[in-house]
Design a protein around this ligand. Structure first.
Ligand SMILES: *Cc1c(COP(=O)(O)O)cnc(C)c1O
Length: 217
């Protein structure tokens, strides 16, 4: 990405943790990238999966704002808080940068109901705790079961898994009533992205995959 930055580059988006790989960058790696990024380039850090991160050395991006005001940290209520239908998230940045965004944004782009729900969500620590527990358990279960079925499962810092399941598995699963995401559009025709579900949903997926791979244990 650094190599792709040129004279005309205005903004760089870094998705951390990344969608659809589930991978994340640690503070050291991320720091090396930021150090070399010219300060004429706005750095937009997409952290919509922030709350799911499990690695201890995740970059403290908000602290970066002091040294690098040309930075915007983006978070969302669509993921861990489950409010995607209300269309609300937030950005944290220097007031000058936010001022430019304010000039260009549509008026009333966040409605009052969404705002009330978001504020309530921030206080709902039990929901976050429970979601993290269900997610962690689901990651462990699915990683174990899918690996046993012979699939390659990428480590994740999100609420989904990137799985090398083979060409056609997306369609086969669809026929058995399980919807995952095909990754052909990302240049990964053999992969699917699987959102971690409730335990019974995860079990249903594993059963469906097992019936597709009768030769596996
Ligand atoms: C879901 C998602 C978004 C969009 O979030 P919204 O707040 O629902 O618009 C942005 N970036 C990534 C990486 C996502 O996965």
């Amino acid at each position: 990405m650094l190599e792709a930055v040129g004279e005309r580059t205005k903004v760089v988006f870094v998705c951390n943790p990344d969608n659809p790989t589930g991978a994340s960058l640690g503070a050291a790696e991320f720091g090396r990238f930021v150090e070399r990024l010219p300060d004429t380039v706005v750095l937009a850090i997409d952290e919509v999966y922030y709350e799911f991160v499990r690695r201890a050395d995740f970059p403290r991006s908000i602290e970066l704002l002091n040294d690098r005001p040309e930075t915007l940290v983006l978070r969302s209520f669509s993921k861990i808080y489950g409010l995607a239908g209300l269309r609300i998230g937030y950005g944290i940045g220097h007031e000058d940068l936010i001022g430019y965004l304010d000039r260009a944004r549509h008026p009333f782009n966040v409605n009052r109901l969404a705002e009330a729900a978001a504020v309530a969500a921030l206080e709902d620590e039990e929901h976050v705790r429970e979601t993290l527990a269900v997610n962690a358990q689901g990651i462990e279960y699915l990683t174990r079961e899918l690996t046993a079925l012979g699939f390659e499962v990428a480590p994740t810092d999100t609420n989904f898994l990137l799985v090398r399941a083979g060409v056609g598995v997306y369609d086969d699963l669809l026929r058995s009533g399980v919807i995952v995401r095909p990754m052909g559009g990302f240049g990964l025709p053999e992969h699917v992205r699987i959102t971690i579900g409730l335990p019974e949903e995860n079990e249903r997926l594993v059963k469906a995959l097992r019936s597709l791979a009768p030769e596996a244990p």
